[in-house]
Design a protein around this ligand. Structure first.
Ligand code: SF4
Length: 412
């Protein structure tokens, strides 16, 4: 049954403006169970459910008309002490304050190339801020404006689960002939795990090179955490038989695979996926081709195998941007990636017809947790001498994650 209950005093200016909403918590109660509070963004903390979404201090209201002026003033006050990174999937209200935009790896490298910036404000998601912390100096502090900005894909591979998988390979005497490869979209823990075992990190641009490198060193690859990027690269780009790819489900005993299946596999794909790119289906491609004759379908390799094989072009976020920039005027594109980026491309290229591949809205909900109020809050706190939402990776994890990242940079 749905219930509403009083939940404490307004904590800040936002609370005062939205007092009625902030003061009320809506809960769903199964008969005989404990009520689950649905926390409003930026208000309150449930340590058992999330990393923490509380924002101590004054979180501006989303309707505050002065937010743009406040962000501009805070950034100006900080000057070169702050460097703001904006991922391509961020909303426009945040991107306008980014000193540089890019995909996750480009942004981490941009941060590392700015040693003079004391504060790196990362408008992206948690694993990206971790990578920035790994690649920047100890003197630089990385800030994620909203700690709730995680990544559903990265969260699908927890360290304990991956260690259990490796133990299983070890029991079967397969670990020595297996090379772990992890996608950039994974936690620092997982990158560290891979670095410790002689593996490599990859991006959606260099996954094929990473796999070729790995197969020169072992008979099989454990690919984390995105099954689609792993399968698309192995089968579509490298010609590996789909039957040589098995899916390891961390929620099933032994990954749901027999010893023989693991022994015979070339690719052990982790059962993870992107909740945004996983939404595009083959019927989306068929529907747009039927509706828009001559349309070219351009998708990200995090999409499912059947979507990628039905598309005209497949590539990373940077590839998608480049393809649209170089496309002739009048050309028509249906793009299968995050909606903020597709909308921005459509606005920036009015001479081309650009549409979203799915007919329903498909934002990255965690990326969208970074909004202007949170950016203003993070910047103003820095101006006041307080570092909020700092993201740090412990030295041991960072060391081995860096090994796997450096190995990626050294790929032939
Ligand atoms: S788009 Fe997908 S992979 Fe990227 S941050 Fe969102 S959930 Fe993670």
């Amino acid at each position: 049954m749905w219930q509403t209950a009083q939940w404490g005093k307004p904590q800040n200016a936002a609370g005062a403006i939205c007092g009625i909403i902030v003061n009320v918590t809506t809960t769903w109660t199964e008969p005989g169970s404990t009520p689950l509070a649905l926390l409003l963004l930026g208000q309150g903390t449930d340590a058992n459910a999330e990393r923490g979404v509380d924002c101590p201090g004054v979180l501006p209201a989303p309707s505050d008309p002065d937010l743009v002026a406040r962000a501009t003033a805070a950034k100006a006050a900080l000057g070169t002490r702050v460097f703001v990174l904006g991922h391509h999937y961020q909303r426009d209200e945040v991107i306008q304050f980014a000193d540089v935009t890019g995909d996750s790896f480009k942004l981490a490298r941009e941060a590392a190339a700015r040693p003079a910036a004391e504060f790196i404000v990362f408008c992206g998601v948690h694993f990206m801020a971790e990578s920035a912390d790994i690649l920047t100096s100890d003197a630089q502090q990385v800030v994620l404006p909203d700690l709730g900005a995680g990544c559903s894909m990265a969260d699908m591979a927890a360290l304990a689960q991956v260690e259990a998988c490796w133990d299983r390979l070890d029991e079967l005497f397969l670990a020595g002939s297996t090379v772990p490869v992890t996608y950039m979209n994974s936690s620092a823990d997982i990158k560290g795990f891979v670095g410790r075992r002689g593996g490599v990190v990859c991006t959606s641009s260099n996954a094929e090179r990473a796999l070729r490198w790995a197969f020169e060193r072992g008979q099989r690859v454990l690919f984390l955490p995105d099954q689609h990027l792993g399968r698309n690269t192995a089968v579509r780009q490298m010609g590996i038989d789909a039957d040589d790819c098995v899916l390891y489900d961390p929620h099933k005993p032994g990954g749901g695979l027999t010893a023989e299946q693991l022994r015979n596999a070339k690719m052990v794909l982790w059962r993870g996926h992107c909740s945004v790119h996983g939404r595009f289906t083959l019927s989306c491609v068929q529907e747009v081709r039927h509706r828009v004759p001559g349309v070219r379908v351009l998708v990200h390799p995090e999409c499912r195998y059947e979507v990628v094989t039905a598309a005209d072009e497949v590539g990373s976020t940077e590839y998608i941007i480049r393809t649209i920039e170089q496309a002739p005027p009048g050309s028509c594109w249906a793009i299968g990636t995050e909606l903020n980026l597709v909308r921005r491309l459509a606005n920036e290229h009015p001479d081309k017809e650009i549409m979203f591949l799915d007919r329903t809205v498909c934002y990255c909900s965690t990326m969208n947790r970074i909004d202007l109020p949170h950016l203003v809050w993070a910047l103003e706190e820095l101006v006041a001498g307080r570092v909020v939402n700092r993201i740090t990776v412990d030295a041991d994890t960072a060391r081995y994650a860096r090994v796997a990242l450096d190995q990626m940079l050294a790929l032939p």
